[in-house]
Design a protein around this ligand. Structure first.
Ligand code: ATP
Ligand code: MG
Length: 349
């Protein structure tokens, strides 16, 4: 752990030997789906044993494009934490914290905003996507600066590794530039973090589209009950060229098998189904039924834990508060170093 000191701590020295990870999620109304689990949550559960993990609940980031969706935000924040706990995030290993409880991040954001030119911010590819997705003609000042706020989130806790999807790689690149620039100007305060991009591809949606997505209407959510999962799986897109169970079918690119591969631990059963599918010796219905069983086995314990945590909202709030207190200590320590490095500590603050 970095000692409290007025001199900037060398970027190579702090935090003990374990790498520090920062990931975050916006508290939107929708819960996680199987694609999120496969692409990021499973990895985060694993990483919490190897690394010092910080999970940011990014409520400030809701303001960039979702000013109209704030009415339920308190409930959504709790639901997000319940999801984390239900999939196996352990608050004793991972610091779960709420962005707006650490207002120091806005101060760091201000300093970083001075290090990024407007054209540089405009060149970030996600900006175009955001404008398109939200039918905006022009970004607000805040939306333009959102990757800079993300840099402040990451560097506030001196994150070394940032697990993100490929779509957010450009934000980590900006964070690296900011860290380097700050260190060059004021001394070595920040690590230069690396993006940790998952190797696996995207899990397809139940409609066979490229990816399962929250807003695409093609997701199986962690909160779906058995009946909903059954309905969604039985209606899944498979191999469109296959009419009868005796027709040879295609396994590759077939979303039913992609889900089997990702969530059915009975690998012998999956191999057998694939073999029979290819040679026209099994019907879609049997393959889907066995997927329903596998998904139910996977989701059952998650649902049970969800229910248990949902019944104890006080405990959820305590987890948020204590994680935020812990992240707040890191934030104050970092800002102390930042102000000292920038000579902004002239009144001994
Ligand atoms: P939205 O439709 O609102 O963009 P989403 O379903 O794409 O939502 P995000 O919140 O954008 O989910 O992504 C959260 C994380 O989950 C990211 O790390 C992203 O790479 C990962 N992820 C999202 N969808 C999939 C998927 N189908 N397969 C694997 N990983 C996914
Ligand atoms: Mg997405």
């Amino acid at each position: 752990m970095a000692a409290e000191t007025t001199a900037p701590t060398p970027a190579t020295a702090p935090q003990g030997t374990r790498k520090r990870i920062l990931t975050g999620d916006r508290p939107t109304a929708k819960s996680f789906h199987l694609g999120n689990y496969y692409g990021t949550l499973a990895n985060r559960v694993r990483l919490q044993d190897e690394c010092e993990s910080f999970f940011l609940i990014a409520d400030y980031h809701m303001l960039t494009t979702r000013m109209g969706d704030l009415a339920e935000i308190g409930r959504n924040i709790r639901e997000l934490v319940i999801d984390y706990l239900a999939v196996g995030i352990d608050p004793n290993k991972t610091t779960i914290y709420l962005q707006s409880l650490i207002p120091e991040v806005t101060e760091l954001f201000l300093y970083f905003a001075m290090l990024v030119t407007v054209p540089r911010a405009q060149r970030i590819p996600t900006l175009k996507d955001q404008l398109r997705d939200h039918s905006l003609k022009e970004p607000t000042y805040g939306l333009l600066g959102y990757p800079i706020l993300q840099a402040a989130d990451i560097l506030m806790v001196k994150g070394d590794l940032v697990p993100v999807g490929r779509d957010q790689e450009s934000h980590v690149e900006l964070t690296r530039e900011i860290a380097r620039k700050f260190n060059e100007l004021f001394g070595p305060v920040f690590p230069v973090p690396d993006a940790l991009i998952p190797e696996m591809g995207m899990l397809p949606g139940i409609d066979g589209a490229g990816k399962m997505g929250k807003s695409l209407g093609n997701a199986i959510f962690l909160t779906d009950d058995t009946e909903t999962v059954t309905r969604k799986v039985m209606g899944m897109y498979t191999d469109p060229t296959r009419i009868r169970a005796t027709d040879p079918g295609t396994v590759e690119g077939n979303p039913v098998f992609a889900l089997h591969d990702a969530f059915n631990p009975e690998t012998a059963e999956v191999s057998d189904l694939k073999e029979r599918y290819r040679t026209g010796r099994v019907g879609d219905i049997e393959v889907k039924r066995s997927l329903v069983v596998a998904l139910d086995r996977f989701l059952g314990p998650i649902r049970e834990r969800r229910e248990r945590y949902a019944a104890d909202p006080k405990k959820i709030d305590e987890i948020i508060y204590s994680g935020s207190a812990r992240a707040g200590e890191e934030a104050r320590r970092t800002l102390h170093e930042v102000r000292a490095a920038m000579k902004l500590d002239y009144f001994g603050l």
